[in-house]
Design a protein around this ligand. Structure first.
Ligand code: ATP
Length: 377
């Protein structure tokens, strides 16, 4: 658990003035009841840079979005808008209260004050705001700054995870990212949380956000530890994937780290089938030749190969580092010109030539063509 005794609210005015994009936002929000909120305030207190700026307004969203200019995507249901202007991503939301009719369902929302809006948030460290007009003061009705100083993650009320169980997955993400400990009551509530009411898509969306984190594997481990989801060997695979992508430029170029980590844990039949393919490759006895590696690797998406690599197929490094770059000097046209009919025979010929080249049995154009024609006929 990492505490932050250095957090000092009196630094807020200075940090707010230094926030990239603040002038633009101030100009656009002039005369509106607007606030910096949520993660943006938390990270300002921590002195961390972040990609997006979250703003809440106690009025309609569109006038502010338009005043900011730039590209806007509006979402009606929650009265939110995302604006990209210059290099800034600005998320605007109308301050709202939420009502949960049943666990796991999306809430019914209604316009509200900033204080009501803070009260519907997930954790105390995310339930702070700073007004953008007038004096720069921290609105912190739930003790978020103290919790951040102590390194503690705490829900605002006992029904928080029952209302929205995806918050439990968010808890793992924040806990791993900032090395936060759980307040005792929050820990108890977490263990009682039932994710069964949440759709697979929403779970996958939360897992995808986790996969994009630097400490993704730690967050996944916490999800298992807290009994939220049965992720099987997923967290261990994720940890190994983190190490693989940290240490290999070739793997980074070849496959997506975040997608591979998501694939290691995502629910649903399709991811499961892909993991099955990776496990099968990992169990395969080490191939005897480069051509055999090529044959085993070629039909899989890169992220399946990444999982197979960390699950027990180190020979896939050879494919990623070298074999995948090997190209034939001949093409299908050469075979057609030599009289091979269009169709599967072309592929068969080219595959044979590639296998020979990978194994060092074809030294140039002529060798490749000869071997390809033999296999095609
Ligand atoms: P990050 O630092 O990863 O961008 P964030 O804290 O900005 O995280 P977002 O998911 O962008 O998180 O949400 C912005 C804010 O909205 C959060 O800080 C939190 O106050 C609130 N929030 C988001 N999702 C929920 C939720 N499921 N329940 C309650 N409050 C939420």
């Amino acid at each position: 658990m990492t505490a932050h005794p250095e957090i000092d609210e009196s630094q807020l005015p200075e940090r707010l003035e230094a926030l990239p994009g603040i002038e633009l936002i101030r100009r656009a929000t002039a005369g509106m009841p607007a606030y910096l909120v949520g993660g943006a305030v938390r990270d300002l207190l921590l002195g961390l840079e972040r990609a997006d700026i979250d703003i809440a307004v106690e009025s309609e969203v569109r006038p502010l979005a338009e005043a900011l200019g730039g590209q806007m995507v509006e979402h009606d249901r929650f009265e939110t808008a995302a604006v990209a202007v210059d290099d800034h991503e600005i998320d605007i939301a109308r301050a709202r209260a939420e009502e949960y009719e049943r666990p796991g369902a999306l809430p019914t929302v209604s316009p509200a004050t900033i204080h009501e809006d803070l009260a519907r948030r997930d954790f105390t460290i995310n339930a702070m705001a700073v007004p953008l007009a007038g004096e720069t003061e921290l609105l912190d009705p739930h003790g978020g700054a103290d919790d951040l100083r102590a390194g503690v993650l705490r829900v605002l009320h006992d029904l928080s995870f029952a209302d929205d169980p995806t918050r439990a997955l968010r808890a793992a993400r924040y806990s791993a990212r900032m090395d936060l400990g759980l307040d005792a009551n929050t820990a108890r509530l977490l263990r009682e949380t039932d994710l069964a009411t949440v759709s697979q898509d929403r779970i996958t969306a939360e897992l995808a956000r986790i996969a994009g984190e630097r400490h993704a594997a730690r967050a996944l481990e916490l999800i298992s530890e807290w009994g939220l989801l049965d992720l099987g060997t997923g967290p261990r695979l994720a940890a190994a994937l983190e190490r693989l992508f940290e240490s290999s430029a070739d793997w980074n170029e070849f496959a997506s780290r975040d997608t591979a980590i998501l694939l290691a844990v995502a629910p649903g039949e399709h991811p499961q089938r892909l993991r099955g393919r990776a496990a099968k490759l990992a169990r395969h006895s080490p191939p005897a030749s480069p051509a055999e590696i090529q044959v085993l690797a070629q039909d899989h998406v890169p992220e399946v190969l990444a999982i197979a690599r960390v699950a027990g197929a180190p020979w896939l490094d050879e494919f990623v580092n070298r074999l995948r770059h090997v190209e034939l000097e001949i093409s299908g046209y050469d075979l057609v010109e030599a009289g091979v009919p269009q169709g599967p025979a072309i592929g068969r010929g080219l595959n044979a030539a590639l296998a020979a080249k990978l194994d060092g049995r074809a030294a140039g154009h002529e060798d490749e063509l000869r071997i390809a024609l033999e296999a095609a006929r």
